[in-house]
Design a protein around this ligand. Sequence first.
Ligand code: NAD
Ligand code: LMR
Length: 344
Amino acid sequence: MVKVTVCGAAGGIGQPLSLLLKLNPQVSELSLFDIVNAKGVAADLSHINTPAVVTGHQPANKEDKTAIVDALKGTDLVIIPAGVPRKPGMTRADLFNINASIIRDLVANIGRTAPNAAILIISNPVNATVPIAAEVLKKLGVFNPRKLFGVTTLDSVRAETFLGELINVNPSSLKGKISVIGGHSGDTIVPLVNVTPEIASKVAKISVADYEKFIHRVQFGGDEVVKAKNGAGSATLSMAYAGYRFAEGVLSSLAGQSSSSAIPDSSYIYLPEIPGGKEFSAKYLRGVDFFSVPVVLEKGEIKSFVNPFEKLKVSKQEEGFVQVALAGLESSIAQGTNFVAGSK
Ligand code: NAD
Ligand code: LMR
C-alpha cells in the first residue's frame, strides 16, 4: 500500500509520469496535484483498470490551501515536476526566478503535511532546487537527507542511448554498466564509461572526436530537445520515462527489493549526513555538499552511495570533468541556499 503524489501532474512530464505510475501495481493511491487540470487528468487515468485509486487536487483559488494538504496527506512518495520549462535560448539557470519559489512552497507543504515522505525533485534548475528543498526542510526541522533526491536519471538514460549507438550495443543493456555523476546541467554532468572492463574495451576503440561528441551530447542533450520543440517546452516523454525509472527503484526498495543493476542509478543528494558522505566530499569534491552519485536504496531511502573514485574507475579525463562540474555546482548550491535564507 503506497501513496504517491505528483505535484505538477497536469504538465508535459506530469501526465505521462502519472500514467506510468498508474500502471505500477505497488501504488495503491495516486494523488495528482496541479494548479490547473489536475482533476481532468485524474478522471482520465482513473479509468485504467489497475488497482491504484487516482485522486485529483486543484486549488479553487490562490488562497485555497486545502487542495495541497489533501494531496499530500499520508503520502509515502512525492514527485515534483512542477514549474516552467525552458524555451530556446534559455539556460536551466534562467528558470530559477520562477521555479525557486514554486519548489520552496511545495516542499514547505510536504514538510508540514507529510514529513516522512521521500521527495523526488525534477523541476529545474535541479542543481539549485534540491538545495532549496533541503534548506526549507531544515528550517522546519524535518530534513531527512536520506529521503531527498534530485532526479538526474535522464542523463543516465541519454548516456546509455548515445553510447549504445556509438559502440553498437543494445542501449538497454548499458543500464548499470556505465554511470553519470555530478549535477544536472551542461558541464556539471559527468558520464563515466570505463566502469566495466567489457564496455571500457569497446569505448577504447572510439575516436577522440567521437568520445568528445558523446560527452557533449550527454551534457547538452536537453538543448537538442528544447531546440527541436521550438518554444513548446523541453524533454517531457523521455523525462517521464527517466523519472519513472527512478521512482520505480524507490518503490521497489519500499517493497524490500534491492536494485538488480551492478551500479544503481545516480541521484543528486545532500552528502554530509549520509554515512561516509562528508569524508567523500572533503576528499574528492572540495567540500561540495550536493552531488549526484549512484545510490543504494533500502525501504524508500538512501542506505549508502557508491564512491565513484574508488569503485567506478574514473579516468584522468573524467576527473578533470568533475573539477569543472564542481565550480558550477558550488554557485548553484549557494544560489539555492541563499534564496531560502532570504525568504520569510
Ligand atoms: P510544463 O509547463 O508542461 O508542466 C509544469 C506543470 O507544473 C504545469 O501543469 C503547471 O500548471 C504546474 N505548476 C506550476 N506551478 C505549480 C505549483 N505551484 N504547484 C503545482 N503545479 C504547478 O513543464 P514540464 O515540461 O512538465 O517541465 C517541468 C519542469 O521539469 C521544468 O522545470 C523542467 O525544466 C523540468 N525538467 C527536468 C528534467 C530533469 O532531468 N530533472 C527534465 C525535463 C524537464
Ligand atoms: C533536460 O535535460 O532535458 C531537462 O533538464 C530539461 C532542459 O531544460 O533541458
